[in-house]
Design a binder for this molecule. Sequence first.
Ligand code: FES
Length: 389
Amino acid sequence: METFIVAPLIVGGVVAALGLLISILDGIVNNYGEVVVNINNHTKDLTVKGGAPLLRSLSQEKIFIPSACGGKGSCGACKAVINSDVGPLLPTETPYMSEEEKAGNVRLACQVKVKKDIDIEIPEELFNVREYNAVVESTRVMTYDIVELYLKLDQPVKFKAGMYMQLVIPSYKAKKKGDMSFKGTTMRAYSISSPPSDNQSAEFLVRAMPDGRGIATSYVHHHLEPGMHIQTIGPFGDFYLQENDTTMICIGGGSGMAPFRSILRHMKESNMMDREVWYFFGCRDYPDIYYLAEMRALEKEWPNFHCIFALSDQELHEPEEWDESVFGPRSAIIKGRIDHVVARYMKEEISPDSGFEAYLCGGPMMIKGCTIVLLEQGVSQDNIYYDEF
Ligand code: FES
């Protein structure tokens, strides 16, 4: 009996000692000294301690590259062009790289270590990305799985309607049995739902994961309360309002409401209400509908704005109470899959005369189905903008 207990202890001790030895050797072997990161042909030269991942070296110098997974190599967001030899693409990078990107020396900044002087290229806009210390002003439950999070920032933020920021999620402990705990720090990206005019704040819509196991969503849903502090980094993204006169087809689902709420509020404030906008929001059932009253009020003020809520479940749970003066007629809630509904409206209701521009924000299935419809209806691929999550 004793042998069974002592043997694992000995093995465990040896493994721990080896681990310690490896980490000491690693520290000695990986002493690369100071190295220089040359950004965009010497627009900025950073002197950093060698050996760390590029993503971390840059963020320590307050240059922030998008990162939706906190540097774990699982989001593919942290792309940068590296014009120096930093070794071959790693297996963790290849799934995120197109052939064109591979040929163009694009790498994942969280996977590449800076062991010597390197030359990199990043979009100029990233020099404007800042880190904000925010205070939670309010959290509002919008549906059974979506919370509206409103943050006050410690400095003004400049962004275009449709862009996103990253929330920095700290360690937290489960409040009750069965809830998530998390140790470490990670980041998750959320579209800003407030308009750019509200530049001291940032509002987000955070949807809980179906299994309740999302690190960031659990933190926002179960831990963040008014008065608490949270870090946020941004703005990022190339999904934002293009200013022209074409008819806009906006398609969102779930928390994909967020960028459209920012875009629509910005358009209203900026007197862009001559432009025709068709906003399709796809969800499953009545309990998934939110901001309906706000959208109906906007339709009254903006005759060229049309909002269609499409419900895809076969069996729907209609609420007993329905105030038509606030929510519009019940018949204006359409039953059907979002791509089918968009197809029908584009064939029967929406004039192609002004040309189209389409904005899609949601999951991959929705995006794929709706893109097929848009292309069939003559929308050019160049005029379709995506925010996929
Ligand atoms: S892959 Fe997510 S940060 Fe690099």
